[in-house]
Design a protein around this ligand. Structure first.
Ligand code: GDR
Length: 325
């Protein structure tokens, strides 16, 4: 059976992808950062499953900037597929920590590509790129050939990484793909991203545990899809005959305000009664209206996103209510 190695295995996408690959009979190896805090909530059910952990799921300590250790893990595990999901993923935070964002997101990807170049057995490689590479585009919706015009440090780092993946594919013949992902959400989304911040607050307020939510701008529009649907497509990309880039998106946008309204309404609340706004959560520059065209993924991968943003708002709020009860 095939073997996969995942960077960023403890994140939202990493945990869904791990479950999906294990279900398909893969052996899964994951890279985790060494910290004193070993809580890995999203992986807990698998970690504590004696039939899975250290049988078909293995974790290895390695930082993205520790090329020697990553090389050792790659040589030891000989993966057929490498899913590179790790990186500093918060766009707002990238304005405060631009250097480390580039260190991990841009240089971390290049380091991996350099290691792969030297390996005798080269795994198929998937890089999780982002709609942030398009920044303020001239065309709507954006597709795989829309020019990259990033406007945030995170977007610049992702652009570098995305173009390096293309360069290594074209110049060195690597089977390397970019999944150009628009926002994708789930109950496992980190609590600092706007969707989960909203659904958690709606759940808390509905249970009388909190009374307010503090946000930045409500005007931004996003193309929000469902994370487990996007990780399914990531796997499909590495099963094709040739490497390529694919936009993963729903093709529809909603404003932050619409998402907020849907989440609060789903638990019988009016968000206007609880909202405060603070410039602290506003960004020096912002992508305004990104919307993706998933035609290529639909045609080639036979993949169709089904969950809408407003359904996600309801599902995620319900999941937060359940976990707080
Ligand atoms: P984004 O997602 O920047 O699109 O990046 P995020 O959820 O952080 O922001 C979405 C929009 O909400 C506005 N906003 C706030 N955002 C946060 N985080 N916190 C707030 O309090 C808040 N108030 C308003 C933002 O300004 C923005 O307009 C996500 C990440 O997953 C990236 O890693 C990924 O590459 C892109 O999606 C595609």
């Amino acid at each position: 059976m095939p073997t996969a190695l995942i960077t960023g295995i403890t994140g939202q996408d990493g945990s869904y992808l791990t479950e999906q690959l294990l279900d398909r009979g893969y052996t899964v190896h994951g890279l985790v950062r060494r910290t004193s805090n070993t809580v890995r909530t999203r992986l807990d059910p698998l970690f504590h499953n004696k039939g899975v952990y250290n049988k078909s799921l293995f974790l290895h300590y390695a930082d993205l900037d520790d090329a020697t250790t990553i090389r050792r893990v790659l040589v030891k595990t000989q993966p057929d597929e490498l899913y590179h999901l790790a990186g500093q993923s918060h766009v707002g935070a990238s304005f405060d920590i631009p250097e480390s964002t580039c260190q991990f997101t841009a240089m971390g990807t290049l380091k991996l590509l350099e290691i792969l170049r030297d390996l005798e057995k080269q795994p198929r490689f998937l890089h999780i790129s982002s709609s942030e590479i398009f920044g303020r585009p001239d065309e709507f919706p954006q597709h795989e050939h829309t020019p990259m015009r990033p406007v945030t440090p995170y977007g610049v780092a992702k652009t570098f990484a995305t173009q390096m993946v293309q360069l290594y594919r074209e110049s060195f013949g690597l089977f390397a793909c970019n999944a150009i992902c628009y926002n994708h959400e789930s109950p496992r989304r980190g609590e600092s991203f706007v969707t989960r911040k909203i659904t958690k607050a709606a759940a808390e307020i509905s249970l009388g545990l909190n009374d307010e939510i503090v946000l930045g701008s409500l005007d931004g529009r996003r193309d929000w899809g469902s994370a487990p649907e996007y990780t399914t497509a990531m796997h499909l990309m590495l099963q094709q005959d040739a490497p390529d880039d694919y936009v993963l998106a729903t093709g529809k946008t909603h404003s932050v305000e619409e998402f907020l309204d849907a989440a609060f309404r789903s638990v019988g609340l009016k968000y206007k009664n609880h909202l405060k706004q603070n410039p602290k959560y506003m960004r020096p520059a912002e992508v305004t209206r990104l919307v993706g065209d998933p035609t290529h993924a639909k045609q080639r991968l036979e993949w169709t996103p089904t969950t809408t943003a407003l359904e996600l708002a309801k599902q995620m709020t319900a999941a937060d209510v359940e976990s707080l009860k």
